[in-house]
Write a protein that binds this ligand. Structure first.
Ligand code: KIV
Length: 278
């Protein structure tokens, strides 16, 4: 496993060398440290924390202050991984000036090395403004969770022909617009694998897929899904590499049982008077 720090320009080199990029979400110091040690290339402090950590139904209520709070925890743990901060709903859509100010906060206060925002053609001018002041931007198209109400749910995009948002041709245009605006990478979420393959082939910048098939230049999963911590419906694209929900529940149940039965703490867990310094 490479130990050098991952930096923004490395991603283009990884695409050129066909070295797949591994990205995970992280929201706190403990998990970020473990993922960094495991060699994960990119850590995304995603606005998915609204659902995974805060227990909300959508990502829409997440604020810039909350993103800064979680970014600080994750960036304290970082040694190798590139840390990307997600721009929450309405932190970049109102004006390019607000986008600059909020992206700046994620970097200055949170320690992010790059930001991510959702949308293609409609946000391309904003992406350009950010890139022009050296804020590296990762795009995100396809199933964009901040568009949940327009989409009518978390639905796979790009299945229909057309140029309206979410249609196949429009997604190709979105990817091209982001690349032209200077995005250094693009997340492709929830779209047919063939379409993601076509975008990846035409795009000079790396694509990172989630529910978008194997042809992307890298993959991202939400950490709770990857670790088997999510108890709600598991989408088809998710693979759990551990079963932590069961492990955590049975550990907590065993602890509660031992406390109630007086088994824990045992003598070896107790400080004895004679061992204390005088
Ligand atoms: O917020 C998030 O976690 C994301 C990933 C699913 C890409 O945007």
């Amino acid at each position: 496993m490479a130990s050098e720090k991952v930096r923004v320009p490395d991603l283009a080199r990884m695409k050129a060398r066909r070295r797949k990029i591994a990205m995970l979400t992280a929201y706190d110091y403990c998990f970020a440290r473990l993922f960094d040690q495991a060699g994960i290339d990119l850590l995304l402090v995603g606005d998915s924390l609204g659902m995974t950590v805060q227990g909300r139904d959508t990502t829409l209520p997440v604020t810039v202050d909350e993103m800064v709070y979680h970014l600080r925890m994750v960036t304290r743990a970082r040694t190798r991984a590139l840390v990307i901060g997600d721009m929450p709903f309405l932190s970049y859509q109102v004006s390019a000036e607000e986008a600059l100010r909020n992206a700046g906060r994620l970097m200055k206060e949170g320690g992010a090395e790059a930001v991510k925002l959702e949308g293609g053609v409609m946000v391309a001018d904003t992406v350009r403004r950010l890139v022009d002041v050296d804020i590296p931007v990762m795009g995100h198209i396809g199933l964009t969770p901040q568009s949940v109400h327009r989409m009518g749910g978390y639905r796979v995009q790009g299945r229909t022909e057309g140029r309206t948002p979410g249609c196949r041709e429009r997604l190709l245009e979105d990817a091209a617009a982001l690349q032209q605006a200077g995005a250094f990478a693009i997340v492709l979420e929830g779209m047919p694998a063939e379409l993601a393959g076509e975008i990846t082939e035409h795009c000079a910048v790396p694509t990172i897929g989630i529910g978008a098939g194997p042809q992307c230049d890298g993959q991202v999963l939400v950490m709770h899904d990857m670790l088997g911590l999510t108890q709600s419906h598991k989408p088809r694209f998710v693979k759990s590499f551990a079963a932590l929900a069961e492990a955590v529940t049975s550990a907590a149940a065993a602890y509660a049982r031992e406390v109630r039965e007086g088994v824990f703490p045992a003598p070896e867990h107790c400080y004895l008077r004679k061992e204390l310094p005088s």
